[in-house]
Design a protein around this ligand. Structure first.
Ligand code: SAH
Ligand code: SF4
Length: 358
């Protein structure tokens, strides 16, 4: 079923309480059948739900749009990073990236597939280097729209991703209720059954929400987008640092780690001349040791119109070596999607700029 105008603005089935699905009272098993079709077989139309009666299919189709996202562009191929630009029911654009596992050291390809999803349309946090916040924040994604990215990509790829990272557009911890509802469905074995250990939530540093998540039962992983090692530098590139300065943020992470005994990751985009000094590397090493964090260094992916540059390869390696010499676990992440604008928000930005030109 495509987006018929009658049901265009109606909410998605999965976002509605089951009572409103209006299932036949004497057929309680229908709910499970429908969930299986959507969450495990990734169907794109009610017609494919062949074990439902025709009147029930028609009734559902007349009231609930089934698909959360329609692909606008898909870049890349099966063996490479694939980048999806999705259009939501209200016309908003969001992005996801599907990343196959890198070659292992032995040269054999592991079968793992990682999906990077968006949590909001736009972003309110306005980190200076990021394309996602350039046009401001529009709205939170619903739980069904978060899951929809995983399901639509699974339908296109022929299988569901094994790992899920919230590193697309938006700040996931600013959309916590919908994020947690989506995770409920994604993780529960009766629904999608993804391993919670294979879910990573990335945040720009919302300290109160990090503390709240410390006591959440799901054992997901936390990635902290630090991108600077002192308030002085972080203030320049991440406005959120004014609200939750470094010490407040690191103290929240102390609580998270004490409660969960979980490894945390620092994400650190390297921006030439901004945050790549030996002094920043030394301070970063101190923070990483305090939290037993592993550091992922990310060479900056140039965003058209923004004044930041990727450091030279030598500078990147020097920074990494300084961390390693201090006894910190650190790797340089090679963005496989670099050549297809895989950093979050860039594809949408491009599309919006094109649309404005027309
Ligand atoms: N709002 C959350 C999650 C989405 S952004 C957060 O900030 O953590 C997640 C990641 O996107 C950032 O940590 C950074 O790793 C990456 N990112 C954003 N813009 C980028 C760019 N231009 N080049 C490389 N990585 C970028
Ligand atoms: Fe928002 Fe994350 Fe981009 Fe910052 S890096 S603007 S928090 S999406």
């Amino acid at each position: 079923m495509r987006y018929g105008s009658l049901i265009k603005m109606l909410p998605l089935l999965l976002d509605q309480p089951v009572a409103t699905w209006d299932l036949p009272r004497d057929q309680p098993y229908r709910e499970k059948q429908i969930r299986t079709w959507i969450l495990q077989r990734f169907v794109s139309s009610y017609d494919e739900m062949t074990d439902l009666s025709l009147p029930l299919r028609t009734s559902l189709a007349s009231r609930f749009r089934l698909r959360a996202a329609e692909p606008i562009t898909i870049q890349g191929s099966e063996d490479t990073t694939r980048k999806f630009l999705w259009k939501l029911g209200d016309g908003s654009l969001i992005e996801s990236v599907l990343i196959p596992a890198t070659l292992s050291k032995t040269g054999t390809r592991s079968a793992r597939l990682t999906i990077c999803v968006s949590s909001q349309v736009g972003c309110a946090y306005g980190c200076r280097f990021c394309a996602s916040g350039l046009d401001g924040w529009r709205r939170n994604l619903t739980a069904a729209e978060i899951i929809g990215q995983v399901l639509e990509a699974a339908r296109i790829a022929g299988r569901r991703a094994d790992n899920l990272v919230f590193m697309g557009m938006g700040e996931p911890l600013a959309n916590l209720p919908n994020l947690l509802s989506a995770l409920d469905l994604l993780i529960s074995p009766a629904n999608i059954g993804m391993g919670a250990r294979h879910v990573t939530i990335s945040t720009s540093g919302l300290a109160p929400q990090i503390e709240e998540l410390a006591h959440h039962p799901f054992p997901f992983r936390l990635a902290l987008s630090l991108h600077a090692a002192s308030d002085e530098v972080r203030d320049q590139i991440m406005p959120v640092n004014k609200r939750y300065p470094m010490e407040r943020l690191l103290a929240a992470c102390d609580i998270f780690i004490a409660a969960r005994k979980k490894l945390i990751f620092f994400e650190y985009i390297l921006l030439a001349g901004i945050n790549d000094s030996p002094e920043q590397a030394r301070l970063l090493a101190q923070h990483a040791k305090r939290l037993h964090a592993k550091v992922n260094l990310i060479p900056y992916n140039k965003v058209e119109g923004l004044p930041y540059e990727r450091p030279t390869e030598d500078a990147i390696h020097l920074f990494c070596r300084t961390l390693l010499a201090a006894g910190v676990r650190a790797t340089v992440r090679r963005e496989k999607g670099h050549d297809i604008d895989a950093a979050c928000g860039q594809l949408r930005l491009q599309k919006m700029q094109e649309d404005k030109k027309i």
